[in-house]
Structure formats: C-alpha cells, structure tokens
Design a protein around this ligand. Sequence first.
Ligand SMILES: Nc1nc2c(ncn2[C@@H]2O[C@H](COP(=O)(O)OP(=O)(O)OP(=O)(O)O)[C@@H](O)[C@H]2O)c(=O)[nH]1
Ligand SMILES: [Mg+2]
Length: 470
Amino acid sequence: MSVPCFAVVGQPNKGKSSIVATLAEDERVGISPVPGTTRLAERHTFTVGGEPLYTLVDTPGFQRARALLGWLKERADDASQRRQLVEQFVAEHVNDERFHDECELLRPILEGAGILYVVDGAKPYGPEYELEMQILQWTGQPRMALINRIGEGDYRDDWRRALDQYFSIVREFDAVGASFDTRLGVLAAFAELNEAWRPQLSRAVQALRDERQRRSRQSARQIAACLAQCLTAVERASLKGSDSRETLQATLQDRLLESLRGEEQRCRRQVQGLYRHERTDVDEGVLTLVSMDLFSEEGWELFGLSREKLVVAGALGGAAAGGGIDLLLGGSSLLLGTLVGGVLGGVSALLGGREIAKVEVLGEPLGGEVLVVGPVTADNFPWVLLGRALTHHRLVRERNHARREAMSIALGQETHIMDSVTESHRKALAGAFASVRKDGAGSEQVGRLAEAIASLMASETQEHGTRGVP
Ligand SMILES: Nc1nc2c(ncn2[C@@H]2O[C@H](COP(=O)(O)OP(=O)(O)OP(=O)(O)O)[C@@H](O)[C@H]2O)c(=O)[nH]1
Ligand SMILES: [Mg+2]
C-alpha cells in the first residue's frame, strides 16, 4: 500500500512550511517571514520506528494563478477535460520560469497527493483566492482547507463561507501552537478525504499515540540515569602535587560542577533527540533559562527552594543520606558552600548549615593522600535536578517542530515540583533517591528511579491532558 501523501499549497507566506514541519515533526523544514522561502516541492515523510506513516509535500506559493486559470479556461470545453488540461499545462510549462512555482506545486497533486490548502485567517478574504481554489478544484484531487491564523486579525467566518464552496473539509489549524490532540484531529480529518487512506491514517494516529508514550518512558529513563550520575558524582586528586589543599579543593569543586552540568546537558540532548528536537540543542543560548547555573541561587529558587519545601524534601529524601554520611566522615566533611563563596553560601544558609557536598581526605594503599569532593549530599539537590529535567521535558514535548525561536522558561512562573507531586509519588521518588545515594547508580537503583519518574510523568499528562505548557 502506498503511503498517504498530501501537498500543502497556498499563497506565499501563509505557513505552509510551518504546517509541514509540525505534522512531519521535522525541524529542518525551511521557515521564514520572507515570502518565497520554499522554492521547490519537497517531500517530508513521517516515520515511526522506520515505518513511513504519511508524507507531506512542502511547495512554493501560487504566483500567477490568474494567468494559469486563464490558460485553462481558454481550452476547456467541458468539466471532463479539466484535470487533463491541468496536466497539459504542467507538461508544457516545465521550463517556463514564469510558471515555475505553479508547476512545482501542481506536480505532486497530479501524481496523486491530496490537497491541503492553507490560508491566513488573520487576513481578509479576497476574490483573488478563488482563482487558486478553482485551479485546485480542476485537478479533481481530494481537498481540505486549513485556516492558519498568523496575527491578530480574525476573518475566519468569511474564510469559512468561501472555503466551504470548494473544500469538503475546512479546519482551523495553528501551525505553530497546535497541540498534540489537534494534530491527531487533522490526521483523522485527512482520513475522511479518501476512503483508501483511512486504514493507514488510523494506524498513523495510533502509532503517534504509542510513540508519544514511548518517548515519555524513554525520557524518564534518561532523566533517572542523569540524576543517578549526578547524585553519585565525585572528583578526586592526589594531594601530593604542589597545589595547596585549598587550591586543589577549589579545582575539584569546579570539576564536579562542570561534570554535573555536562550530565544535565547530555540528558537534555537525549530527551530532545527522542522528540526530534535535536536542532534546538545546537544553540546552547536557546536554553538560557533552563540551563541556568545549577549552583546559582536563582537556579535553586527557580524551583522554589523555600524553607518549607526544603524541609519537606529533606524530611523525606535526605535524612538518611545526610545524617549517615556525617557520621561516617566523623566530622571530616566540610561545608562546600562556605568554600565556593557567596553564591553557594546563600544556598548553604538555606540548608540550615548542612553540607552541600562531601569533602574528605583518604589515605591511599601505597601511601599518600587523595582529596575527594562529592557526592553532593544536599537534601534538595535531586528534587531541583528533577524539577529542571521535568520542566525541560514538558517544554520539549509540547514544542512544535515549526518553532524556530529560543526555547525558554518564563522565570518565576514555573511552579515547584513539590507543589504538584502527590504524597505517594513523593515517597516513591524520595525512596529511589535514597537508594541511589546509598547503593550507587546501578541498574536496579536507576530502574527504580525511572519507574517513579515515569509514573509521575504519566500522572502529569493525565492532569494536564496534552495541552501546552501549564
Ligand atoms: N504566529 C504565527 N506565525 C506563523 C504561523 N504560521 C506561520 N507563521 C510564521 O509565518 C512566516 C511564514 O511561514 P512559512 O511556514 O515559512 O510560510 P510558507 O507558506 O511556507 O511561505 P513560503 O515558503 O514563502 O511560501 C514564518 O515567519 C512563520 O514563523 C502561525 O500559526 N502563527
Ligand atoms: Mg514555505
């Protein structure tokens, strides 16, 4: 069976390429405010697990609809000849620069693609559009119209009245902001266009749903692995060299922070990869707010490091780890915060004087001593990391592939993970954190953590549905 194929057509700059990018989940599609960006018809096939589900063809906009329709009308005696005439037009004008764009956009339709005609519902309707609609009608292919509003104006009712004359299905579709459910709705509407496509498109809708769940579960695993790494990370170096202990300790602390940041970055790239948003990752600046310094006070505040919340997190997650380690070290641990300076000092103060990370000197079997910095023992640390990871995941999951601007979190609007986590999730997570801290980042501990995170994500999705970022 051939893969259902749709040509996305319309005037220049109406969001055709944006619709292709969103529906095909392809962030490489060229989109820009400059009219005439798309010059050639280009196929984008949406696949899941290597299986092609449907194809969208991005096309250049109509440029000379009046001349084209004039040509057709001059030659048509009756309706039965219309399609054949459109074919003849394209055959005769392949090398005619004046009709380059028309030939490009008509060719995939004549090859069997369904038509998705895109208009901008923020701009007034005008009779010039009718020329295009007639040309499309003459191809005889199944047709559907999408009203994409670019801007504040609202002429949707006028558009509907006109489009209803030429298209069996008319839908509104926000190319840039459409939710996952809206996307599925459009695919279901495609299925109504042509009986033959129905089984494959139903399959595509199901595959998309399954894929979305798979991505969530995989993301939970990635986040769990990242958290486990961060909770167990240590840096060590021999005290033999010429550096003073203070200098060496500062170096190791820097290295530890660097490795934690690296771990978080790596996790984000993996999550974005799962959602086909690899490109967003290329520009680190794109994630400015999300990628804020792990150890700056703002970073902690972003996820609501208030005293009460800290107490909650501490009581549930950190009591065993914190107390146990202090005992184990017999007082040799130091307050990492006081050493890193003001910024961490602030955090440390909030922590009520408890250490942020372990620092100790160990004897080596062959003599000499090593300085070990880490792991981070602060109670709230895993919660902060998890809050950041979940926020990032939510942004990525809801982001359409037509968006080209930076992905950012509006500071202060984000709620703390503690506010939305139920008691049972909180307990499961706290237990999983404690077990990683106690027994290390082995597959059993990571698996347990992944399960707790996946279960939290699933409840979030149920609560928020598949709407945008809360
Ligand atoms: N706010 C908003 N902007 C949109 C929407 N759809 C498209 N745009 C913007 O409109 C501009 C044109 O979008 P494209 O998808 O490149 O339009 P096109 O129809 O493919 O244009 P050509 O290839 O030039 O024919 C881009 O700057 C998009 O970001 C939308 O739904 N909302
Ligand atoms: Mg385009």
